[in-house]
Design a protein around this ligand. Structure first.
Ligand code: FMN
Length: 438
């Protein structure tokens, strides 16, 4: 029997003006209004997707490089996805909605209360993508950002505190029996006195208990500490890794080991592998696109330089593209991982910047390390990862413009359904239950 898998969509640049400057934005893509997201999320639900994850960063980044981030709208603005969630819940009845949240931005009691309210309002369909980016510390009163690992420690304390608050109504706390003449029993509530390294607060929470489990916890961190966080806390891990069976098996083994180390059952974590496919009508068209991508024109190179300038918070567009890249242009705040990805194994001392940028444009065929192909080819890859690496599911990556959603799903969904990989109905028990259906 073909292995059934879970499917998610990652709204990759958050609740913002994604695609700004593209002609399709003129087609009534009013990103500040709910309609475009509501239309898309209905279609994702109809397609059998379990969840929509909304990326976020609460900051425009480093104070001195804000212009680079917003010039082409690559790094912001972004509105708060937590507040978009109720509009999406209201437009749907089955799919899970997962806003990204950063523990730096919410006090645990406020967070526990807001998340509990949304979990109830949505019929237990809330998930939380917990991230630990420290670049926004200055907006929240912190003199210095926490270190990478300390931010994870804080996130664990934050989440633990929130869970204690969610469970502060012990068994029998809620009675709600008119015949007994009693709504609740205060003696069954746990006071929750949290005195930790990062937070100090008292409970209990003034929200009633959940009937279908806590909100689902999602995590995307890929470092050793990030995987440890997932092993201890997550119901869903978002994985960025090469999409071959060996890499998928390897990544899954690491998460499973981290879960076992924390005394959890590895089957309780669904690992979704991120992919941004370019689905085309024929193998010939795919070959043509891949061949053309090897020779990007000047406009494509400039677009990549602008995007990289936003991500790296360093103005690459002001540099000579035909000279080697002097690494001293990057300040200390720039992620080493992002610089490494730009270099892509080339020696910066001898490689013109144009070559490094051009490499970012290079596409590959599905099954050969790339993502360009037909819907059948993508379905083959997904099926193979399920069969040979026991993969739990995929996370399709993109904006929510109707063009993007339809290009990605129109052909793929019926093929996955026919093969028994993608669900065609939901049980109705909320996101946690849906993730446990298979
Ligand atoms: C699929 C995926 C989604 C992510 N979404 C976000 C996000 O919405 N906000 C954010 O600040 N970081 C996001 N990240 C980045 C991670 O939170 C994290 O910073 C990055 O993976 C590095 O983690 P590490 O330091 O544990 O390796 C995402 C990463 C991946 C792979």
């Amino acid at each position: 029997m073909t292995k059934q898998q879970h499917f998610g969509w990652f709204l990759a640049r958050g609740f913002g003006p994604q695609g700004w400057g593209h002609p399709y934005l003129d087609w009534n893509y009013r990103w500040t209004e709910p309609a475009v997201y509501q239309q898309a999320v209905r279609e994702l639900e109809q397609a059998g997707f379990d969840l929509l994850i909304i990326e976020d960063a609460p900051s425009l980044g480093n104070a001195s490089t804000i212009d680079l981030r917003i010039r082409q709208a690559f790094g912001g603005p972004k509105h708060d996805p937590l507040l978009l969630a109720p509009y999406l819940f209201g437009a749907t009845s089955q799919i899970g909605i997962v806003p990204t949240v950063n523990p730096a931005a919410y006090l645990p009691y406020t967070a526990a209360r807001q998340f509990a309210s949304l979990q109830h309002l949505s019929g237990h369909r809330l998930g939380l993508n917990v991230v630990t980016d420290t670049g926004s510390a200055r907006h929240f009163g912190a003199a210095d950002p926490l270190s990478h690992d300390a931010a994870y420690d804080r996130a664990e304390e934050w989440l633990g505190g929130i869970r204690d608050l969610w469970h502060s109504w012990g068994d029998g706390g809620l009675i709600a029996d008119p015949a007994a003449g009693r709504y609740a029993d205060g003696s069954k509530l746990n006071a929750v006195q949290h005195r930790g390294e990062y937070f100090s607060f008292d409970g209990p929470l003034n929200a009633i208990p959940f009937t279908a489990g806590d909100p689902v916890i999602v995590s995307p961190g890929g470092s050793g500490r990030g995987l440890g966080f997932a092993g201890a806390n997550s119901d869903v891990q978002l994985a960025l890794a090469p999409l071959d069976a060996a890499s998928v098996r390897d990544y899954r083994a690491k998460i499973h080991a981290a879960a076992v180390e924390k005394g959890r059952d590895p089957r309780d974590i669904n690992i979704l592998f991120a992919i941004q496919p370019v689905i085309v009508a024929s193998a010939e068209e795919a070959d043509r696109l891949v061949a053309a991508s090897a020779n990007p024109d000047a406009a494509a190179i400039l677009n990549i330089a602008e995007r990289q300038s936003s991500d790296l918070e360093t103005d690459l567009t002001a540099l000579d593209f035909d000279a080697p890249l002097d690494l001293s242009v990057f300040g200390d705040h720039v992620s080493q991982g992002s610089i490494k990805r730009l270099l892509g194994g080339y020696d910066p001392a001898t490689t013109p910047l144009r070559v490094l940028l051009g490499k970012q444009a290079k596409l590959g065929r599905i099954g050969q390390g790339g993502f360009v192909g037909t819907a059948e080819e993508l379905a083959d890859l997904i099926e193979d990862l399920g069969e040979s690496a026991d993969n739990d599911g995929m996370l399709l990556w993109g904006d929510l413009h109707p063009v993007t959603v339809h290009r990605m799903l129109d052909e793929l969904v019926p093929i996955l359904r026919r093969r028994g990989i993608l669900r065609s109905e939901f049980g109705g028990g909320g996101l946690r239950a849906n993730l446990r259906d298979f």
